[in-house]
Design a binder for this molecule. Structure first.
Ligand SMILES: NC(=O)c1ccc[n+]([C@@H]2O[C@H](COP(=O)([O-])OP(=O)(O)OC[C@H]3O[C@@H](n4cnc5c(N)ncnc54)[C@H](O)[C@@H]3O)[C@@H](O)[C@H]2O)c1
Length: 289
């Protein structure tokens, strides 16, 4: 029970990794406000929480994270229902504007940034007000993405917005450290959720499709993100702030994937071992494996 006596909010808590995190937080002893735009999946999530024996510890509130008044009401719901707030997971998200930059509409760009960046800003702002009043610190976690760390891991507007979340996390961590408020981000790689599940495939097919996306042999699951979120929410990460924790099965570690891009596939690096001495004129020595 790593989150006993803690009160947490999870935005986007009715879907994918948010739902997995809300259920895991409950299992770890927290009281949880599940905040989501989708009231139908919100109700389903409450039923899952009740079936796991946590009905009294869970609330659902319908929010649009891009509306400041909704975020204020969400924070009030946590404090009114459970008496305090210790953790906020700003996780709600959408794919947003997709397409070549010369075709993107201003309204599509604004929607993307409103949900993905302004929503996180509002969450940090209003959780911080409660944390400072309580005077006992707090933990803020936001979902960024590996798309925010490079140019090739997601749509352009989405990648830009997630990069903003990464640096908002760092800047807020610096500002809020004196109040013992920790601010961290999680950068998921490819995780099988409603967001990445291509509708023309079954869930199993979509999972198999994603299995090949990273060095780790299986695709990521919402539960993998929930594990990182529990760490960041708990005292185990008491000296961790201003960080983005990458949860991607080794995808960003792979970097430019040199072997795969040359005529020597990555697997070939596992079939022989040799010492090369470059252009010294010395022969290379090769060992049979
Ligand atoms: N799935 C991935 O591979 C992946 C990778 C990197 C980052 N992410 C990020 O992870 C987060 C969670 O995504 P997911 O994969 O679980 O997707 P998901 O679609 O399964 O869940 C997202 C949830 O956010 C809610 N939501 C969307 N807009 C909202 C709004 N304006 N206000 C309140 N709730 C809103 C949705 O209703 C949904 O329940 C997102 O921020 C996403 O950008 C996902």
């Amino acid at each position: 029970m790593r989150l006993k006596n803690k009160v947490a909010i999870v935005t986007g808590g009715a879907g994918g990794m948010g739902q997995a995190t809300a259920l895991r937080f409950l299992a770890e002893g927290a009281k949880v406000v599940i905040a989501d735009f989708n009231a139908a999946t919100g109700e389903e999530t409450l039923k899952l929480a009740a079936a796991a024996g946590h009905g009294d510890a869970a609330r659902f509130v319908k929010v649009d994270v891009a509306r400041e008044s909704d975020i204020v009401a969400m924070i009030d719901c946590a404090v009114d229902s459970f008496g305090q707030l210790d953790v906020i997971f700003n996780n709600a998200g959408v794919g947003g504007a997709i397409g070549p930059i010369w075709e993107l509409e201003e309204a599509e760009w604004d929607y993307t940034f409103a949900v993905l960046v302004k929503g996180v800003f509002f969450g940090i702002k209003h959780a911080t007000r409660v944390f400072r009043r309580q005077g006992e610190g707090g933990s803020i976690i936001s979902t960024a993405s590996i798309a925010g760390l490079s140019g090739g891991a997601g749509p352009l507007a989405y990648s830009s917005a997630k990069a903003a979340v990464v640096n908002l996390t760092r800047a807020a961590a610096v500002q809020l450290a004196p109040d013992r408020i920790r601010v961290n981000a999680i950068c998921p790689g490819f995780i099988l959720t409603g967001l990445t599940h291509q509708k023309h495939m079954s869930l199993e097919e979509a999972g198999r499709h994603l299995d090949g996306a990273q060095p780790w042999p299986q695709h990521g699951r919402g539960e993998d993100i929930a594990g990182a979120a529990v760490f960041l929410a708990s005292e185990d990460s008491g000296f961790v702030t201003g960080q983005e924790i990458v949860v991607d099965g080794g995808l960003t570690a792979l970097g430019p994937d040199y072997w795969q891009r040359t005529d020597m596939p990555r697997e070939a690096t596992l079939t022989k071992a040799y010492l090369t001495k470059g252009t010294t004129g010395e022969p290379r020595t090769e060992r049979k494996l």
